[in-house]
Design a binder for this molecule. Structure first.
Ligand code: GLA
Length: 367
């Protein structure tokens, strides 16, 4: 059972507490929810942008460290341009020329990434104040966030009702369940944008992390990072992570795709198992701490991004800074620019249908 402890109290194992986290630019209060599971591992989430603010999990000796990048107060998230921990929508990743058509009608979005639209536009879901409700769950602590994205918001058609349920289980798994309905045909592609460093946030680069991505193909990009529409074999390229390989082993190779991304910033096609549930998309091991992250998802793709745009200028949690490649993201999603790529799995949501995806970030240790 989740209990709502009083503000400021030390989180007790098996509880969820709520505390003030600052204010939005127009003065609305922002909260931080701290979900502590039975073993004392802890996730905190703010209703501003639905962002995961911290995630404290044990190493092989049981020592907790915070393994995600973020900010100490709501103000950091108000100013953030990196999408730290955020819920991204209405359309995660890029839409070419900030434009798409549905049933013959063209919709124009803001160009917030060169010529393209990125991560929902100028004020995406990551800048919205979500409604929060603590849920009671048998297997952990749970928080429901909901948001109504109005018809025409950021240029997208349809009133979209979005609900995200975060569950932090007693087995150290963060399950994220997204659902949405619309009253007009629209496109939806939600993702979660945590930046992980399994040695601990602010502890250096992630090039020594060993990564496995269960993908035989990836979607190459053009110079503006728009998917070309090709599904390319990873075999014989630096994109082959089918066997665990250090993230940094090939990142600076003379490879056209790596050069375009400034490192890895690409969508991989997840090898899905036949049943309809979640498939293992990726597994990451940090050798010095022994921490392991597995990413399971119902989504067909995962964007692997190596924090190439981090520049060490932003003040993060506890005064640390985050230089280039100090974290990696594994953003589960439909493929980039799907609204303009008829051969990619569809991202269209029609009235009467329900968008529903599940992604689970499972933490453990290797001895
Ligand atoms: C995604 C994109 C990157 C970058 C980050 C946010 O991962 O693919 O190019 O925009 O988000 O900085």
């Amino acid at each position: 059972m989740s209990t709502l402890a009083s503000a400021g109290a030390t989180p007790q194992p098996g509880s969820t507490t709520k505390k003030p986290f600052g204010k939005t630019p127009d003065g609305q209060p922002v909260d931080l929810y701290v979900l502590t599971n039975k073993s004392g591992a802890e996730v905190s989430i703010t209703n501003f942008g639905g962002a995961v603010v911290s995630l404290k999990v044990p190493d092989r000796n049981g020592k907790l460290a915070d393994v995600v990048l973020g900010y100490d107060t709501a103000d950091g998230y108000v100013k953030d341009k990196s999408y730290f921990g955020a819920l991204v929508g209405r359309y995660g990743n890029r839409i070419a020329h900030a434009q798409f058509s549905l049933d013959g009608k063209t919709y124009t979005l803001a160009k917030n990434n060169g010529e393209n639209s990125l991560h929902g536009g100028l004020k995406g879901f990551n800048k919205a104040l979500w409604k929060a409700k603590i849920l009671s769950k048998k297997d952990g602590q749970s928080l429901e966030l909901s948001y109504l994205s109005k018809d025409g918001e950021e240029g997208f058609p349809g009133n979209l009702k979005v609900r995200v349920i975060y569950t932090w289980t007693d087995a150290n798994a963060l399950r994220i369940e997204d659902s949405a309905t619309t009253d007009k045909k629209t496109v939806v592609n939600l993702t979660s944008h945590s930046y992980f460093n399994l040695a601990g946030q602010g502890s250096g680069d992630i090039l020594g992390h060993q990564l496995m991505i269960q993908a035989d193909k990836f979607t190459p990009v053009d110079p503006s990072l728009i998917a070309t529409g090709e599904l390319r074999d990873v075999a014989g390229t630096p994109f082959d992570f089918r066997k665990p390989t250090a993230i940094g082993a090939r990142i600076d190779q003379d490879d056209e795709q790596l050069k375009l991304g400034g490192g890895y910033d690409h969508n991989f096609v997840v090898r899905r198992s036949a049943d309809a549930g979640e498939s293992l998309a990726a597994r990451v091991v940090e050798p010095t701490s022994g921490r392991v992250l597995e990413v399971w998802t119902t989504e067909p793709g995962v964007q692997f991004y190596t924090g190439n745009f981090l520049d060490g200028k932003t003040a993060g949690k506890g005064g640390v800074t985050y230089p280039r490649r100090n974290a990696f993201c594994l953003e589960t999603q439909h493929f980039p620019d799907s609204p303009n790529q008829p051969k990619f799995p569809s991202v269209v949501l029609a009235p009467g249908a329900r968008y529903h995806t599940i992604t689970t970030y499972k933490f453990s240790v290797e001895k």
